[in-house]
Write a protein that binds this ligand. Structure first.
Ligand code: GDP
Ligand code: IMO
Ligand code: MG
Length: 421
């Protein structure tokens, strides 16, 4: 069977830490979408590591990791990441597999991303500039090069053909930066990748499932960044929701069992786009400071605000979430008052549905206030010790969403997690 773990907000919910925590109970951890736009933070031997493309099970020697076909892969980033994990004694040549159908990010995809964002000016998406959008465009446009192609002797010719096509586009967008250094690195990365276990990902994963092995599909980004269901056009270019697991790994829907949704105890967003509960005041600043809310991939300050149950309920619905993990609860320790958004007021009317185009309407969040717990929870490990005010806050969320929080994460450390059911 396959369980899924994914983010329910706008990314950075703490997925990496939670996957690392659950990994010992799984045989395979598989990434099914996204690419180096992701930044998943883990602590190994008290050292911080940010993974971008390698699944977060890599530090567990009994767990096999697969980069699935739904991912767009940057060979340069992969090489760097592999060097980092190797410095922790991980033999990635043994426990990391790549699907041959995984699409490649080319240096020109990164250039196109940059050129496109520049042209958009104030309307820019705030992309991570990793080439994600252009790479997925080449996938659906049926032009892309895939990992399996690097084993073909005509790979360079195919690359040059696509590069020329991109060059015309870049010229039309008046992009004239010299990217030859990126190209050198790219070919080094491709050479490095040729040594990998490149597999038929769909057979690989289905054989594991038939053998009764446990698979955890690790999401990147978050449901509100999904290309179909997120705050379009301020989204990423992949299906980040649970449905993406089927197309991104080649597993049938009936193989999916648990869908574990990760949410922060509050909410953040990085990049442009609507964020109804965003706080532009001292409280928002306090959340950013206490939560150390700066992007793991780009270092940009994250926008911060209160938890938004309207958006979370929508995310639970489109994903079929069966259990919740609430992260960064400790960040709220010092707050005297907490707010929870339970409805949106649009044109004077309250509603509990996410509107079609959040960008086109004026949303006023309707809040309910809660007392803060004003207590350090970061050292707790027994749910019985959780403050009453916190139980009340979490109960309200459980009841509103109709799904229960089964774990509360109370710090970035590997062991800072409390089972609550
Ligand atoms: P991901 O992209 O969903 O994996 O999340 P990121 O790694 O981008 O961002 C989450 C940040 O919060 C990282 O710096 C984590 O180390 C940190 N983090 C995760 N869980 C907790 C928690 O429960 N409490 C605190 N204080 N930090 C956490
Ligand atoms: P993880 O996996 C937070 C955001 C970008 C931008 C939009 C589109 O760490 O949660 P893209 O580069 O995908 O074209 O950017 O999506 N974004 C993320 N925000 N966490 C992420 O990943 C993100 N990946 C992309 O900031 O607004
Ligand atoms: Mg992240």
């Amino acid at each position: 069977m396959v369980d899924v773990l994914l983010g329910l907000q706008w990314g950075d919910e703490g997925k990496g830490k939670i996957v690392d925590y659950f990994a010992p109970s799984y045989d395979v951890i598989a990434r099914f979408q996204g690419g180096p736009n992701a930044g998943h933070t883990l602590y190994v031997k008290d050292k911080k590591i940010v993974l971008h493309q390698i699944p977060s099970g890599i530090f567990h020697s009994n767990t096999v990791n697969l980069i699935g076909n739904g991912v767009v892969l940057d060979a340069v980033t992969l090489k760097k990441e592999c060097e980092t994990v190797a410095s922790f004694g991980v033999d990635y040549t043994q426990n990391l597999y790549i699907s041959q159908r995984t699409n490649l990010i080319l240096p020109t995809h990164r250039a196109l991303d940059k050129a496109s964002e520049t042209l958009k000016g104030n309307d820019k998406i705030g992309s991570t500039l990793k080439g994600i959008g252009p790479a997925y465009m080449d996938k659906t446009g049926r032009n892309a090069l895939r990992v399996g192609d690097i084993l073909d002797k005509n790979f360079t010719t195919q690359y040059i053909r696509l590069r020329l096509k991109h060059q015309k586009l870049l010229d039309s967008m008046h992009f004239n930066e010299d990217i030859s250094a990126w190209e050198d690195e790219f070919f080094e990365g491709i050479e490095f990748m040729r040594k990998f276990k490149i597999v038929n990902g769909e057979y690989f994963i289905n054989e594991k499932i038939s053998q009764g092995k446990k698979v955890l599909a690790e999401g990147a980004q978050g449901s509100m960044l999904d290309v179909d269901f997120g705050t379009f056009p301020f989204v990423t270019s992949s299906n980040t929701i649970s449905a993406g697991v089927c197309t991104g790994l080649g597993v049938a829907p009936q193989k999916i069992k648990e869908v574990i949704g990760v949410t922060k105890a509050y909410c953040t967003r990085v990049g442009s786009g609507p964020f109804p509960t965003e706080l532009h005041d001292a409280t928002g600043e306090e959340l950013r400071k206490t939560g150390n809310e700066f992007g793991a991939t780009t270092g940009r300050p994250r926008r911060c605000g209160w938890i938004d149950l309207v958006a979370l309920k929508f995310a639970c619905m489109v994903n079929g979430v069966t259990q919740l993990v609430m992260t960064k609860a400790d960040v709220l320790d010092a707050f005297a008052e907490l707010k929870v958004c339970g409805a949106y007021k649009i044109n004077g009317k309250e509603q509990t549905q996410v509107p079609y185009q959040m960008t086109k309407v004026d949303i006023e969040p309707v809040y309910r206030s809660f007392n803060g717990w004003k207590q350090d929870i970061s050292k707790l490990c027994d749910p019985a010790g959780l403050p009453e005010a916190m139980k009340y806050y979490v109960d309200h969320i459980n009841n509103y969403l109709g799904v229960k929080v089964s774990y509360i994460s109370n710090g970035p450390g590997r062991d800072q997690i409390i089972p609550t059911l």
